[in-house]
Design a protein around this ligand. Structure first.
Ligand SMILES: Cc1cc2nc3c(=O)[nH]c(=O)nc-3n(C[C@H](O)[C@H](O)[C@H](O)COP(=O)(O)OP(=O)(O)OC[C@H]3O[C@@H](n4cnc5c(N)ncnc54)[C@H](O)[C@@H]3O)c2cc1C
Length: 386
């Protein structure tokens, strides 16, 4: 076999796995369809990732965190959930445990760039960029990947980290729940008049949801969720009108807004694979679990999967594709992801429902939640952990 591990997908999760396995000194290949220059210098894609304390610690361990300019990291002190015109807000703060912050917001492209820089310097990691997979198969002896240019890679372990519509998952015959939600997210970085005080808000209005993620200075990442049919018209607005519309949807709480970057549009779909492991193969990141972004856990859980798989690999001196190792990975990662996946979908269902009972239930949840500091602390801890 020419490799110990073949990773398909050089997104943030695939690169994080390559970085985590590199110190073993064994041979790792990353197959990525984008070309090397795009991977080395990814452009802003509008996503700001709320990294938990645990993710930051893991990125530090991989050598990626220090490659992100501190001026580009935005601390998140508190999160608030608002419902329609209700005066009750659910507040989540880190309590004594969180060093004063829930997490840090970092642009996705900077995370990708930092991880690429770590991986590009590793002599035992082969980055096969501009490459697409023509065929793949695994059996008890080996994983085999044939690239479109005819090259054949063989390895002990194949990892699919190729997004929520994973072709590796499909080729392995692993089915997944795929829920297309009929809604899209419009993302824009805005400058505004008011101070956000490092507080993120998720405001469930009627017919739309707007989140404001606080960035350094008087700037935020605005995230507007709309039915698919309405998002194109909003994305086509000239920047000045888009800024005015976002300010209006946000009830002018931060004053006038100017669009600095974007908009970017993401149709919403959640996915959950029926299995995270097969013969000599594992799924990681969105290929395993495609979370709804509302609870900001997708990448955090992806990193947790990387930590679990690389930890198990670190404990073995032998075969990285052994079925015992893969069964352990599957069990641990399912336990870590399933409750959060279900809880997030429940929240999305409750807040996307415009019927009167659902609106009353939301109102009641916020009123009760506002009086339960212990429950709020528990949720805050949960938000900080993955
Ligand atoms: C609007 C939005 C906001 C988000 N906010 C947060 C947040 O606050 N916190 C958080 O934790 N997560 C967040 N997420 C989720 C996070 O962005 C994803 O979980 C993360 O990007 C998943 O990384 P990945 O590497 O698994 O997949 P991807 O980022 O999808 O990367 C997959 C890679 O595989 C490559 N690829 C695909 N198919 C092939 C193929 N056949 N051959 C070769 N290469 C292939 C692609 O080119 C790509 O580079 C958010 C997501 C969205 C959409």
């Amino acid at each position: 076999m020419d490799h110990d591990c073949i990773i398909v997908g050089g997104g943030p999760v695939g690169l994080a796995l390559a970085a985590a396995l590199a110190p073993t000194g064994r041979r790792i290949a990353v197959v990525e369809r984008q070309d090397r220059s795009t991977l080395a210098d990814p452009q802003e894609d509008g996503r700001y990732i709320a990294l938990t304390h645990r993710s930051i610690a893991f990125l530090s361990q991989l050598g990626a965190w220090d490659r992100i300019d501190p001026a580009q990291r935005s601390p998140l002190r508190e999160a608030q959930v608002l419902n329609g015109t209700s005066p009750f807000a659910l507040q989540f703060d880190p309590g004594a445990a969180g060093e004063g912050w829930l997490g840090q917001l970092v642009s996705n492209h900077l995370i990708r760039r930092a991880l690429f820089d770590v991986v590009a310097g590793q002599p035992n990691v082969e980055l096969l960029t501009g490459a697409s997979v023509e065929q793949l198969a695994t059996d008890r002896r080996a994983a085999r990947v044939t690239l479109a240019d005819g090259r054949l890679l063989t390895g002990q372990l194949l990892v699919g980290a190729d997004s929520r519509f994973s072709t590796v998952r499909e080729a392995l015959g692993i089915v997944a729940q795929v829920n297309r939600l009929g809604r899209s997210m419009l993302l824009a970085r805005v400058a505004h008049e008011g101070e956000h005080h490092a507080v993120a808000t998720e405001w469930f209005g009627h017919g739309h949801t707007i989140a404001m993620l606080p960035l350094t200075g008087r700037r935020s990442s605005a995230v507007v969720t709309l039915p698919d049919g309405e998002v194109a018209a909003m994305a086509a607005l000239p920047p000045a009108e888009l800024g005015a519309q976002i300010a209006q949807l946000y009830g002018h709480r931060l004053g006038a807004m100017t669009v600095e970057a974007g908009p970017h549009v993401y149709p919403l779909a959640t996915t959950y694979a029926a299995h995270f492991a097969a013969t000599r193969a594992a799924l990681l990141g969105d290929a395993a679990v495609g979370m709804h972004p509302v609870t900001a856990h997708g990448f955090n859980l992806g990193l947790q999967g990387v930590a679990t798989l690389s930890g198990l690999i670190g404990q073995t001196r032998g075969d990285w594709g052994s079925s015992l190792l893969l069964r352990r990975f599957e069990a641990a990662h399912r336990l870590a992801t399933r409750p959060l996946y279900e809880a997030t979908n429940l929240l999305v269902g409750l807040y996307a429902d415009e019927s009167l009972p659902a609106r009353l239930a939301r109102h009641a949840t916020l009123r009760v939640g506002a009086r339960l500091p212990l429950a709020r602390r528990a949720v805050a801890r949960m938000l900080m952990q993955p």
